[in-house]
Design a protein around this ligand. Structure first.
Ligand SMILES: [Zn+2]
Length: 203
């Protein structure tokens, strides 16, 4: 059976300084890439993509296949989103990839159309398709939802070298760079050591 993701709820939530379903969906997706200390690929094949979809509440019907090609498309979409989130973190490294990522997202969005669900309570975008196409469409709907709330720029990748975790920046002025305190202190220790090295080297 086709399952339309219930994004209705997100309209009632607020993402201003908080995490909501749209950010959770997108972060859950980008964090299927090896990140943090675990370094496990969670979109390696069709079965893995199906498992992610089920975990995200976007489970396809039994008659809707999830293939290796779908998993590859998922990894490409994930890479493009990670590039955009890295740009939100102000990462200079990989900045040259941004135009290609934006072009990829533009092309891919065309293949995952959204439609409106209008009720007395509000108006939300939902995927027009089911299965894998609907699941990827739900990611675009989540992006549109966050953008409408002014929270798109809060979707970031951790700036701590080697972490590669996506996170929602809850800081008041959207200045957060790290996914958590562990990464923040690692980065400041690294900066301290490199300043010390520079001072010692100059002396
Ligand atoms: Zn981190």
């Amino acid at each position: 059976m086709q399952q339309t993701p219930d994004l209705q709820q997100t309209a009632a939530d607020t993402c201003a300084g908080d995490v909501c379903r749209s950010s959770e969906l997108l972060l859950g997706f980008v964090n299927t890439a090896p990140h943090g200390s675990e370094r496990i690929e969670l979109l390696g094949d069709g079965a893995a993509l199906r498992a992610w979809m089920a975990g995200a509440g976007l489970e396809p019907g039994e008659d809707e296949p999830v293939t290796q090609a779908d998993a590859m498309a998922g990894r490409e979409l994930r890479d493009a989103l990670c590039t955009v989130f890295r740009d939100h973190s102000g990462c200079v490294e990989g900045a040259e990839l941004l135009p290609a990522a934006e072009a990829y997202l533009r092309r891919t969005a065309d293949r995952h159309p959204l439609t409106l669900r209008v009720t007395a309570g509000g108006c939300v975008l939902v995927p027009a398709q089911s299965g894998v196409l609907g699941a990827f469409g739900a990611l675009f709907a989540a992006a549109a939802d966050l953008a409408a709330r002014g929270a798109w720029a809060r979707m970031k990748m951790c700036a701590n070298k080697g972490c590669h975790s996506g996170f929602f920046d809850k800081t008041r002025n959207t200045s957060g760079l790290y996914c958590g305190t562990a990464c923040s202190s690692q980065a400041s220790q690294r900066a301290y050591r490199s300043r010390r090295k520079a001072t010692t080297g100059a002396a």
